[in-house]
Design a protein around this ligand. Sequence first.
Ligand code: FPP
Length: 236
Amino acid sequence: MNKIPEHVAIIMDGNGRWAKSRGWPRIKGHEAGAESIKVVLREARKLGIKYLTLYAFSVENWNRPSLEIKALMQLLATFLKKEEKELHDNQTRLRVIGRVSDLPKNVQKELKRVMEATSHYTEAQLVLSLSYGGRTEIANAARQIAEKVKAGELDPADITEDTVASHLYAPDIPDPELLIRTSGEMRVSNFLLWQISYSEIYVTDVLWPDFREAELNEAIDNYASRNRRFGGVDGK
Ligand code: FPP
């Protein structure tokens, strides 16, 4: 088995607690979390990880206080402006999965600009999940498939797992071999529900703003020590 996963997905959790433990406002935790994204992206490139998918904002996150949402969207816009260079330096293509049209117009504009500017890179991809929900993604795929059936383009008898997979947000990206969650919570939280069917899950107590090079390497080492059988048995 390849010791370095091709695709790593991360549920970045614990920004709020990190800030609270210092008596700081939550947004300070998100700012430090944005720095972790930069560091982890760089390290992932060094390790040879091709796809890095980050849970940056869920469909449920719209229920947070409006001031925090506003600050997060502002941070995202700033991050895109500031870190575009980082993407070029790392020859990394930016992608987005989720209901992008829910995002503020200025954020959509920045995303579009940076995605276009990096679209020619083929070595690595940073996938930001924004206004993302796993159930929303699957429901969306079901709707598109139903439309094709209705239009007479598809026979229901021909619908397979591949049909569903090919209607997800980024069907060309392979499933993540490794899912990391920070801050100790043992939950999947509606992230990549279809794609993580066989992913190895690694949960660390480290809060996202403290998750840096050493912590990523520890997760990868842990993954490399595991034995993936995909429902089969050893040696078969
Ligand atoms: C969870 O911390 C974090 C998020 C809401 C998503 C991740 C956001 C960032 C890393 C901020 C920067 C993002 C970009 C793309 C610039 P939490 O607030 O749920 O922490 P808590 O569980 O301790 O309250």
